[in-house]
Design a protein around this ligand. Sequence first.
Ligand code: HEM
Length: 264
Amino acid sequence: MTEQLEHLLAQPTPADLTLHFAEPISARIHAHVLGIIPELVDDFVTTVVYGTDGHAKHEFGRRAIKARRQSPGDDVLSDLIASDLTDDEVLGLMMVLMVSGRDSVAYMIATSTVALFTHPDQLATLREKSDLMPTAVEEFLRFGAMFVGLFPRTATEDLEIDGVKIAAGQTISVSPVAANRDPQRFDDPEVFDVERDAFGHLGFGFGPHGCIGQQLARVEIRAAISALITRIPTLELIDADQLRVQPFQHEVPTYRAGKVLVSW
Ligand code: HEM
């Protein structure tokens, strides 16, 4: 975190917090947890995080697996290699994991910063009561959910939810953005309140296919936001793409982090 703060502080202001803080944190921690050897991390950032060539990404995946096979460690890739999966299965899973959640963590760090700096009373509360941080992270995820729709679910039997009939075989998709602002579940849902009990939000989805990276994501968001608000007391939000209507980022509708310009 210190290295990323120093990197941000070395930029001329206004600096883009998404580019110089949120994205590098999520990319480097993701690489470390997955087990990309340190010598390949810069290549991971160029080829996988910012690259657009699918073939080059696959080639990178193969190199990352080969390197880890030669020097196993305590990481996801080493566990996959040691399992009874075939090489193609390890590569397939690695390709999914290299992209899953990485930009979501960056998005949440950027979004949480925008939410706090546009609600100065909440920022002051969090600076004063740092033990609120775990609660606040749940509120960041409720208030700023990135996924407009979850991965669809298909009913295996006829059922009824809240008066709505769903027939066996019918596919439905739930929107975390809408569910997180459901007034039957959250009082004053449009209010951003770092002291509320926001647990039970759908920012990470729910059930057997809920997000497998959610505990890692919580730790990353907590560490990044704590570092920002405690170690740069003069931090100011100058402008953010998120303050205006933004196009969706992917075909699976998700919001974009966009530029978050800050000064200090
Ligand atoms: C703030 C960060 C993150 C957010 C907001 C997020 C959100 C989500 C959501 C909404 C889903 C769909 C859940 C559902 O349909 O019920 C999901 C699934 C998933 N996430 Fe995350 N995620 C984050 C971070 C991560 C990280 C760090 C990883 C990996 C290290 C990850 C890996 C996955 C995978 C593999 C799935 C698919 C699970 C399945 O289909 O069984 N996510 N995530």
